[in-house]
Design a protein around this ligand. Structure first.
Ligand code: ADP
Length: 428
């Protein structure tokens, strides 16, 4: 029945009853009393329908409405249709939700939803296993109370989630985890946790292999070098024909030893096994010494100066910093053509203590700059090999600086020169 017809019936009933009441009232001269009594009965009936409606909506679990008459029949029926629609969409949502739950539970990676204050809102089964979370205790807890590693806390606060971080599992030191945050919905974040122990072990096998090969090459190289030196010292007893090959053998052995030494240095830095062993270091003293070595290497071909504007100490590893600084300074000497200028700076700036090496060498095209610290990356293979480097220098610099909380920065212009620089925190 259409809603208009329900209203029609209602109006018809009210009109007929009022007419009868009026007629009885006219004949018995009690129009007002009869009308009052009928309106009261009518009102009571409506109130009763309201009470039935409330009972049906709040207390009854029955989907079907109670029977009624007139307009109330229409109201009950409309609410029933609405409820049926709601129940259907609730069922659909519940099934979507349970499918989502089942699929996230099947994910091998842990997923944790964090709220505005980094409190845990939800996590899946894998997160529970990887981080020993407990759904009863840990929902609502801040994630930094459960993963207390300072690197993770810094990552969480820093807001730059472009890269994941790797940590040892807080429940098993043999497990390595990769954690990555993603922001969504303004203030919410999703933390994905992945077990990368296998990858970590493979990487370790690679590192050990490089370290072992480099180590094993050292002894034969030392022996060959010894013989070449003996032959070089007794050149006069050998035919003149041997002079050049012996000289070249000496050069190549020197190159191979540098390569093996750099590979060993890199694999030590790479493994992260060696603690940094921070001690107060005075870089101005170290840089002065390296400048003197650079002058010797340049052999009068360049004008080399050291601009020292600070004597402040920094915390670091002397051997590692020496290796990084000398790589940068010797590169400037090796790549700058004769007659060029090289300036080394050590100065206090707003961003921290700045170490810089500036040269008037060939410069580097901007497209190469992001790749300079890759192992064996060379801008100009032929030219750079002839210069005699190992191709590992800037990779070592990058690792050393990272271990000292710093980063290598490069500005360069082709044909004008380059500037390699980095910042350090002073000792407080
Ligand atoms: P290499 O042992 O070949 O010098 P590095 O890792 O030290 O290896 O440097 C990587 C590359 O960066 C070099 O091959 C060279 O192309 C470029 N490079 C480094 N320093 C300079 C510089 N001062 N001027 C121009 N190019 C440079």
């Amino acid at each position: 029945m259409s809603s208009f017809r329900y209203w029609g019936v209602e109006i018809w009933v009210v009109s007929v009853v009022s007419l009868i009441a009026l007629l009885i009232g006219v004949f018995t001269s009690t129009t007002f009393e009869i009308l009052f009594a009928l309106i009261s009965i009518y009102l009571v009936w409506h109130v009763r329908q309201i009470v039935r409606l409330k009972h049906w909506l709040t207390e009854s679990r029955d989907l079907y409405p109670p029977d009624s008459l007139g307009i109330w029949s229409d109201i009950f029926h409309s609410i029933y249709l609405l409820q049926r629609r709601n129940r259907k969409s609730r069922k659909r949502l519940t099934s979507i939700l349970s499918e989502f739950r089942a699929s996230t539970a099947a994910l091998p990676d842990g997923a944790i939803v964090l709220g505005e204050m980094s409190e845990i809102i939800w996590f899946n089964k894998s997160a529970e296993n990887l981080l020993a979370l407990n759904s009863k205790k840990d929902i609502g807890q801040r994630i930094s109370n459960l993963i207390r590693n300072p690197r993770f806390v810094e990552y969480l606060d820093n807001g730059d989630y472009s890269l994941p971080i790797e940590l040892t599992s807080p429940i098993d030191e043999h497990i390595k985890l990769s954690l990555r945050l993603t922001s969504y919905n303004n203030n919410q974040r999703l933390l994905m946790v992945r077990n990368v122990t296998r990858l970590y072990q493979l990487e370790k096998v690679r590192q050990d292999f490089v370290a072992n090969v480099s180590h094993e090459l050292r002894t034969p190289l030392t022996v060959i070098n010894g013989y070449v030196e003996i032959m070089s010292d007794s050149k006069e007893h050998l035919p003149a024909f041997f002079e050049r090959p012996i000289e070249q053998m000496g050069q190549q052995i020197h190159r191979m030893r540098s390569l093996v030494d750099d590979l060993l240095t890199l694999s030590k830095l790479d493994s992260g096994n060696e603690p940094i062993r921070n001690t107060p270091i005075k870089p101005h003293v170290m840089l002065k010494r390296i400048t003197e070595e650079a002058v010797a290497l340049s052999d009068g071909q360049h004008s080399i100066s050291f601009e020292c504007h600070s004597e402040t100490a920094i915390l670091g590893n002397e051997k590692e910093l020496h290796s990084a600084f000398s790589n940068l300074i010797f590169n400037a000497v090796r790549y700058t053509p004769s007659g060029g200028r090289i300036t080394i700076f050590w100065e206090q700036q707003a961003k921290g203590l700045r170490m810089a090496v500036e040269d008037t060498g060939p410069g580097i095209d901007p497209m190469h700059i992001p790749r300079l610290t890759e192992r064996f990356y060379r801008v100009d293979d032929g030219r750079d090999r002839a210069v005699g480097g190992t191709g590992l220098g800037l990779a070592i610099v990058k690792h050393v600086l990272e271990r000292h909380g710093s980063k290598l920065q490069v500005t360069s212009e082709v044909g004008k020169g380059s500037c390699f620089y980095c910042y350090f925190k002073p000792v407080k």
